[in-house]
Ligand binder design. Structure first.
Ligand code: ADP
Ligand code: MG
Length: 658
């Protein structure tokens, strides 16, 4: 056995391990896309080639002439790997290129990929079918026809890859990607040289010796090793995220290698020591290695934990910041999005349960790709965090981090709620202050205008008494009196709005018989109705209906709602219905009309002060109503349209006074 043989044996072992490691890394990827899947098959084909080669070498050591079955096994492994290697190489490179580019790759690029895939099939199947017919199609005949020593297609594929690597180094914005592909380009050249030597330039002088084979085998390890290095060091392609997977893999490989060493050494020492004795000595020696091993593993684990903790702490800091904005909805959306990104999950959903859930006893953690964590506050469940992984399961470190976050979340949500409440209180206070100011202004203006207005009205009325007044002057005076009446009505409304901004002192709240008040107000208002030919109907309960409030405020409420209804219906033939009833300890006052209704887009505005659609409206009626009702603990709702696409119904619900 010469030196080259051993170099080949060792490099085949390293190649097998490299691609096996890569396979495991890809399998552990959190978000396998189509790209990762093709990469997996590429690594698989390389693994098959290397492991087939390794088997061949071992068979050569073991037997003078390897048994037929063994030969068939390693030849099929190598053949299977070699068949699709060129196509997979080209596919992976072009796919990565297409992921980097904003625009799609030209169609001919994909045609090249298809051609590479089609090649092994035509290359193998067509001649067999042509010359031998279908019955002869067997694994043996396939192996016979495929010549793994013809490397021209592989060389072509590596050339295409090198070209796309060059393109990526020029176009990628990410420095890590650029560095990786520059080195990969270099590795391609390293592979190309022995491949070309083997094939021979124009097959003139092929150098198909052991040296060339060893060079090809050694060079073929570089791309895989490079990818592993970049994945672990720079988290390239996000393969390095699963630290504990990496450690587990390394430990498994090391123990495999150690076992192989034990076997070899006991083989060598067999003439002097029984193999069992050598094996036990070597295994005992391992015990001494435990302490330093544990120390270094401990350090590595500590680093991982630190990294993970740092990440979680950063995330929880971000959540606190978001919580300060005082919007629970957006905090939850933000938390879901960030947890998803940070842990590479398929989805993360936070559900808040209002009352303590009945499932509180269920296990907080479930295995597999789905994890449900309970969010607790003071021993009480306030919600759940559901995480779903992309892969088969959520790794232990990610789960621990998620649990930590689930402990932090309730506090953040609480903080957010507090701030939300504070903000809304502040907003309400500011609104109150603003309205109070408007109210004061309105009060002072109307107070100052009312007296002169009533003097003007008196003067005009005295003037109108005079019999010698010309008809035109009399007409004009009457017009002015009408305008003055309208103005004072508006000023009265303003004044009432100003009053409604100030809280009614509790001593003014007393038991009022709503039924008789409604009767009074409606009778008064419907006096004007027949002139307008509007029919106002009234339905009152049999019994007395007492509510708590001030009579003046209640008067305001009823009259504003009824006036609005009368104003809404057509001047001729309109109908307004007022109904009072008692239900479940509440007095229900309904005012409906068959007017045009309130258009949907105005719905949110009708209670706003100064919002009006009427040419001479003040827009204060409903604002006054709302204020008074809030003070009495009553609520108001409306619906529109009521029937046939027309009509509005306002419903006021008062708590009954006992
Ligand atoms: P104003 O009556 O001075 O306009 P309000 O606050 O009483 O002010 O009403 C605000 C607006 O709500 C009205 O301008 C009108 O557009 C709408 N509205 C109120 N009640 C009705 C109703 N019964 N039918 C249709 N629209 C109504
Ligand atoms: Mg009104």
């Amino acid at each position: 056995m010469n030196l080259l043989f051993y170099v080949r044996l060792i490099s085949l072992t390293m190649g097998t391990l490299t691609y096996l490691f890569l396979l495991a890394l890809i399998l552990g990827h959190r978000r396998p896309r189509f790209f990762e899947r093709i990469l997996f098959f590429l690594a698989l084909s390389l693994f098959l080639i290397y492991s087939g080669g390794l088997l061949e070498m071992n068979a050569r050591i073991q037997y003078a002439s390897p048994p037929e079955a063994t030969r068939l096994l390693y030849t099929s492994l190598i053949t299977l790997g070699m068949l699709f290697l060129p196509a997979l190489l080209v596919h992976v490179h072009l796919r990565f290129l297409s992921l980097l580019r904003p625009s799609a790759l030209p169609r001919w690029c994909w045609v090249i990929v298809y051609l590479f895939y089609a090649f092994p099939l035509t290359y193998l199947l067509v001649p067999i079918l042509l010359f031998h017919g279908l019955p002869s199609l067997s694994l043996k005949s396939l192996l016979h026809w495929f010549r793994p020593d013809d490397l021209s297609v592989l060389i072509l594929a590596v050339l295409v890859c090198a070209a796309s690597d060059y393109n990526i180094t020029r176009t990628s914005a990410d420095p890590t990607t650029r560095r990786f592909f520059r080195l990969l380009g270099l590795a391609s050249v390293l592979v190309l040289v022995p491949l070309a030597l083997w094939q021979g330039f124009a097959t003139l002088a092929p150098m198909q010796g052991e040296g060339t084979v060893v060079a090809i085998v050694v060079a073929g390890i570089f791309p895989g090793a490079l990818l592993i290095y970049f994945a672990l060091r720079h988290n390239f392609l996000e393969f390095g995220g699963q630290r504990n997977l990496v450690y587990a893999l390394s430990a498994a490989f090391l123990s495999l290698l150690y076992l192989a060493l034990v076997r070899r050494v006991s083989g060598w020492l067999e003439p002097v020591l029984p193999p069992e004795a050598t094996a036990s000595i070597l295994l005992f020696v391992l015990v001494f290695a435990f302490e330093p091993l544990q120390r270094s593993i401990g350090r590595a684990l500590q680093r991982t934990v630190h990294l993970q903790m740092e990440r979680v702490q950063r995330l929880s800091g971000e959540l606190q910041m978001e919580a300060r904005r005082g919007d629970v909805e957006s905090l939850l959306a933000f938390a879901e999005r960030r947890i998803c990104d940070e842990f590479g999950l398929a989805s993360a959903t936070i559900t808040l349960t209002a009352p303590p859930s009945v499932h509180a006893s269920q296990a907080s953690v479930t295995a597999g790709p789905k994890v449900r964590l309970l969010l607790r506050k003071g021993g009480e469940e306030i919600g759940t965090l559901d995480a779903v992984a992309h892969g088969a399961f959520i790794s232990g470190d990610a789960r621990a981090a998620l649990e930590f976050l689930a402990e932090q979340l309730p506090a953040a949500i609480d903080l957010c709620r507090l701030i939300e409440e504070k903000l809304s209180l502040e907003r309400e206070l500011a609104e109150r202050e603003r309205l109070a100011l408007v109210g004061q202004m309105a009060a002072s203006i109307s107070h100052n205008l009312r007296n002169p207005l009533s003097s003007m009205k008196t003067v005009l009325q005295v003037l109108l008494e005079k019999p010698d007044l010309s008809e035109t002057v009399r007409h004009d005076c009457a017009l002015v009196v009408g305008e003055i009446d309208r103005l004072s009505a508006k000023l009265g409304q303003l004044l009432r709005f100003a009053k409604s901004s100030a809280r009614t002192p509790p001593e003014q709240q007393k038991r009022v018989d709503l039924a008789s008040l409604v009767d009074q107000v409606v009778t008064l208002l419907s006096r004007d109705a027949p002139r307008r030919r509007v029919a106002v109907t009234l339905a009152l309960p049999e019994k007395e209906t007492f509510v708590l409030g001030s009579e003046e405020a209640l008067n305001d409420v009823i009259s504003n709602l009824v006036v609005n209804a009368i104003e809404a219906v057509p001047a001729v033939g309109g109908r307004v219905h007022v109904a009072l009833s008692q239900r479940d300890g509440h007095a229900i006052l309904e005012i409906s009309d068959d007017g045009p209704g309130i258009p949907g887009e105005l719905g949110g505005k009708v209670f706003q002060p100064f919002f009006t659609t009427k040419p001479s409206g003040t827009g204060l009626g409903l604002a006054i109503v709302e204020k008074h009702l809030a003070e009495m603990g009553a609520t108001i709702a409306w619906e529109s349209p009521v029937t046939g696409g027309r009509g509005t119904r306002f419903t006021v619900t008062f708590p009954l006074a006992t």
